[in-house]
Each structure stands twice: as structure tokens, then as C-alpha cells.
Design a protein around this ligand. Structure first.
Ligand code: NAD
Length: 245
């Protein structure tokens, strides 16, 4: 489905990002995978190559604009273009509002929101020239609903939806679409920290009766990254088992 296309995925060393990178590579895309640390990425690149694909790894902290620029420059130097950008890198630094430290607010906003802005700004210059691009921002259901103890995270994920819509309006004339996915609670390292009690309470609130898997998010990404979604832009697609409608 993605033969001769080039995809950049941030936060690809594990979890949802890794699943997205493997799925895009499995469907023929050339991958530029990124995270802060090269070790886990090198293993991912080896796996993609072993399966007959092409991939390069870039160590980049998305909250640093120079790193975001380097990421997109490497994609162009390696493969000549950027068709798909998945802004997936994200962190949590949870705490109740009255106890939340400035540094926890700043770190989450810097990675989750500024990171997507910086990568999109760099990629948009390339996509505009190509007159083609698919940008997918991994937001969260809590950006739509709110969540106690996550003022920083919810604000960053709600901000991503605003960024998605604004960028969609600016880039539409160049045939570049920009959409967000708002996953519910997905089983990854991020949610492994939840206690069994919290997990049981959460599951009770999910109409489909289970936490999501990385693959549930990945299938939505594959659609929004494909040519089949060409008339969809500026949307936030919920992948949440029905917990928010
Ligand atoms: P994870 O913690 O397993 O993986 C996060 C990835 O982001 C890792 O590869 C990490 O190295 C990378 N990363 C973190 N900070 C970075 C930075 N500054 N620069 C570059 N890379 C950085 O998380 P996950 O559960 O796979 O989540 C992936 C995305 O999905 C995140 O944006 C997260 O907010 C979002 N999300 C997750 C869930 C969930 O329930 N797991 C739900 C909704 C949204």
C-alpha cells in the first residue's frame, strides 16, 4: 500500500510508535524511526531490514527544534522525500494540579505539543513542495474528556487537536492532510504503571469491555496515512472502545 513512500515515526522505540513503524514498513514504506535513544531503535531497524524493508534510525529529542529539523533532513537525505509523518512521541508526568511542578508542566508540553509542532513545521516544507503529505498526530481521549492528575498531559493532547485543525487549514491547498487520533487506554509501558484496581475500574467504563492494543491504533494510522483517506483532514478520530463519543 505504501510502496515508494517514506514515513517518519517519532517515539518509535516501543509501544504504539513501534507498532505503527512495523505496520507501515510491512506495507512497503521506507521508514525513518526516531526516539531519544538509538539502542532500541537499532533493534527495530534490524527487524525491518530482516523482513525485507528499508529503515534508518535517528536519535532525536522532538522537543528540541534542531533535532526535529535533523530528523526530517535525514529522511530527505536518505530517501529523497517525506510522505507520512506520525507525531507519536509522548510522555506523562502526572500529579494533582495544586502539587504540579513547573518542570512537569513544561516537560510534557515540550515533548507532546511543541515536539509535534517542530516536526510538522520541518516536514510541511518538504510536503508542500511535493504537493502530497499525510500528517497524523497521536493525541488522546483525555485531551477530549480531561483526567484528574493529568492537567499537563490533557492540555498537551487537547492542544494537539487545535494544532491539527490549524495545520490542516494551512496545508490543505498543497494536498497535505493533517489528522489526529485520540486513543483511549491502550496496553503499553505507559499504562502498565496502572494498578490492577485502576485497570478494573477503567475497563468497566469502556463499552467494548477491554483496554485497546497498539494494533487498534495502528490500523487507524494506516488508513489516515493511505491514499484512501484523501478527503479527510482536520479530524480527530477516536480509537477508544466507545468510552467517549
Ligand atoms: P511509550 O511510553 O511506550 O512510548 C513513548 C515513545 O516516545 C518512546 O519511544 C519514547 O522513547 C518516545 N519519546 C518520549 N519522549 C520523547 C522525546 N522528547 N523525543 C523523542 N521521543 C520521545 O508510550 P505509548 O503508550 O506507546 O504512547 C505513544 C503515544 O500515544 C504517546 O503520544 C501517548 O501520549 C499516546 N497515547 C497513549 C495511550 C496509552 O494508553 N498508552 C493513550 C492515548 C494516547
Amino acid at each position: 500500500m505504501f510502496t515508494d513512500q517514506v514515513a517518519v515515526v517519532t517515539g518509535a522505540s516501543r509501544g504504539i510508535g513501534r507498532s505503527i513503524a512495523l505496520a507501515l514498513a510491512g506495507q512497503g514504506a521506507k521508514l525513518v524511526v526516531s526516539a531519544r535513544n538509538l539502542e532500541a531503535l537499532n533493534e527495530l531497524v534490524a527487524q525491518i531490514k530482516n523482513d525485507g524493508g528499508e529503515a534508518v534510525a535517528v536519535a532525536a529529542d522532538v522537543s528540541v527544534s534542531a533535532d526535529a529539523d535533523k530528523l526530517i533532513d535525514t529522511a530527505v537525505e536518505s530517501f529523497g522525500r517525506v510522505d507520512i509523518l506520525v507525531n507519536n512521541a509522548g510522555i506523562t508526568r502526572d500529579g494533582l494540579l495544586v502539587r504540579m511542578k513547573d518542570e512537569d508542566w513544561d516537560a510534557v508540553l515540550a515533548t507532546n505539543l511543541k515536539g509535534a509542532f517542530a516536526c510538522t513545521r520541518a516536514a510541511a516544507k518538504v510536503m508542500n513542495k511535493q504537493r502530497y503529505g499525510r500528517i497524523i498526530n497521536i493525541s488522546s481521549v483525555v485531551g477530549e474528556m480531561g483526567n484528574p492528575g493529568q492537567a499537563n498531559y490533557c492540555a498537551s493532547k487537547a492542544g494537539l487537536i487545535g494544532l491539527t485543525k490549524s495545520n490542516a487549514l494551512e496545508l490543505a491547498r498543497r494536498n497535505v492532510t493533517v489528522n489526529a487520533i485520540t486513543p483511549g487506554f491502550i496496553s503499553t509501558d505507559m499504562t502498565d504503571e496502572l494498578s490492577d484496581k485502576v485497570r478494573t475500574e477503567l475497563t468497566a467504563k469502556i463499552p467494548l469491555g477491554r483496554l485497546g492494543e497498539s494494533e487498534d491504533v495502528t490500523e487507524a494510522v494506516l488508513f489516515l496515512a493511505s491514499g484512501k483517506s484523501g478527503y479527510i483532514t482536520g479530524q480527530a478520530l477516536g480509537v477508544n472502545g466507545g468510552m467517549y463519543m
